[in-house]
Design a protein around this ligand. Structure first.
Ligand SMILES: Nc1ncnc2c1ncn2[C@@H]1O[C@H](COP(=O)(O)OP(=O)(O)O)[C@@H](O)[C@H]1O
Ligand SMILES: C[C@@](O)(CCOP(=O)(O)O)CC(=O)O
Ligand SMILES: [Mg+2]
Length: 385
């Protein structure tokens, strides 16, 4: 078998992070920063995994027997159907922890075992343009890429193997976004992986990494593609403060349980912010009044940010510093993703010159932060084979 490669985009959440876990509407768009995974079958009945972005792991080899012999392996995977995404058996997770105590590897090995049943050996390399643990959905793009290549390698197709998913013409290297049924299968398997990463993920991160472009999301109704988003200028700044999305998500859940009368109004107001954003997008499509759109978006950024910090408690002094620096340039910012560090998004003004952007980036750099150049609305997961 020749190699199979998948790339999956990261994302920014414009509005609604954490509130989406509470069942509210969030709006997310994909980024041009992507995770790439390449898989080649080997004849050594082993899994050779190369994760250069995880220095504590690096490159290691697992004999498939060391996984197959885990006590609950057989009961966990033997009855599985690759077309039916299944949540990980908690017993199996604790046994994987005996094998290796790095959470991301539990996610990888869970997806590998449940989708492939450890029947064949592979050399796998995964790396990303995304900062890890920074609110740009690196975990989701990690899961989406893994699921895409494994389902492809084992010819597991929700569509039964349509022409879009199974190019037979060997003359050219096929590079395709899988068909929608296959995208939905990848998305659902990825959500199972995100459950290990995030504990209680809403599903928005894996949805936008799978489908790309922009979408609205609620836990009840899932995703709805956004057919149009205005050409907003967004600067992404990484505070370089690492944090655990799982801990932050759990913290908001516990705070809501403890103070429902205080937190539910916060979530309801964030829902209103998301809805007002959608209305402002539609208004702009009709009246082309960018000034009015910018003014509304700046207010929505400020409100959502302060509700995340004051209401959900997911701020951080480094985030405050980034917001303050951008404010000194007359700009409005909000944390994106789980918070507690990670990334901040800043709404650039239409008339901002490159010189002004460079000065802003220099001020942020001098304060110890790193600004990322990325465009929004990239395509979703893509497979080359
Ligand atoms: N390129 C990568 N290589 C290895 N592991 C990765 C990579 N990207 C993400 N991960 C996994 O995802 C975890 C980060 O997930 P999370 O805390 O949700 O951050 P994010 O906000 O980036 O999604 C990492 O700790 C690691 O386990
Ligand atoms: C905080 C949350 O709304 C988004 C998490 O984003 P990230 O993993 O920090 O990129 C959690 C979720 O929706 O699963
Ligand atoms: Mg994540």
């Amino acid at each position: 078998m020749s190699s199979i490669t998948a790339t999956a985009p990261g994302k920014i959440i414009l509005f609604g992070e954490h509130a989406v876990v509470q069942g509210k509407t969030a709006i997310a768009t994909s980024l041009s920063l992507r995770t790439k995974i390449t898989l080649v079958e080997n004849q050594r009945d082993s899994l050779v995994l190369d994760l250069p972005d995880l220095p504590e792991f690096g490159k290691r080899e697992f004999s498939l027997d060391s996984i197959r012999n885990l006590p609950s392996f057989k009961e966990s995977v033997e009855k599985l159907d690759g077309l039916v995404p299944t949540e990980c058996n908690p017993k199996f997770i604790s046994e994987l922890n005996q094998l290796i105590d790095i959470k991301g590897l539990h996610t990888f090995l869970f997806l590998f075992c449940y989708i492939t049943k450890c029947t064949r050996g592979f050399d796998i390399h995964l790396s990303s343009q995304l900062p890890i643990g920074s609110g740009l959905g690196s975990s989701a793009s990690f899961c989406v890429g893994i699921c895409a290549v494994l389902l492809k390698a084992f010819n597991i197709y929700a569509c039964g193997g349509c022409g879009q998913c199974c190019k037979t013409d060997n003359s050219v290297q096929a590079s395709e976004q899988p068909c929608l049924p296959q995208l939905l299968l990848i998305n659902q398997w990825s959500l199972q992986g995100e459950k290990i990463m995030h504990g209680t993920p809403s599903g928005i991160d894996n949805a936008v990494s799978t489908l790309g472009k922009a979408l609205t999301f609620t836990r009840k109704d899932g995703y709805k593609p956004l057919n149009y988003i205005p050409p907003l200028g967004i600067l992404i700044t990484d505070t370089k403060v690492s944090r655990s999305a799982k801990v932050l998500v759990e913290g908001v859940i516990q705070r809501q349980k403890k103070y429902p009368t205080l937190i539910d109004p916060v979530s309801n107001l964030i829902e209103q912010i998301s809805n007002d954003c959608l209305q402002s997008f539609t208004k702009y499509q009709n009246d082309n009044d960018f000034q009015s759109l910018q003014e509304t978006m700046e207010l929505l950024f400020d409100m959502n940010h302060h509700l995340l910090v004051g209401g959900y408690g997911v701020g951080h002094f480094a985030i405050d510093k980034v917001v303050s620096i951008t404010k000194s340039h007359g700009l409005h910012s909000k944390l994106t993703g789980a918070g507690g560090g990670g990334c901040v998004i800043t709404l650039l003004k239409p008339g901002f010159t490159q010189e002004q952007i460079n000065q802003l980036k220099l001020d942020l750099k001098n304060a110890g932060f790193e600004s990322l150049e990325a465009t929004v609305g990239d395509i979703g997961v893509s497979i080359t084979y």
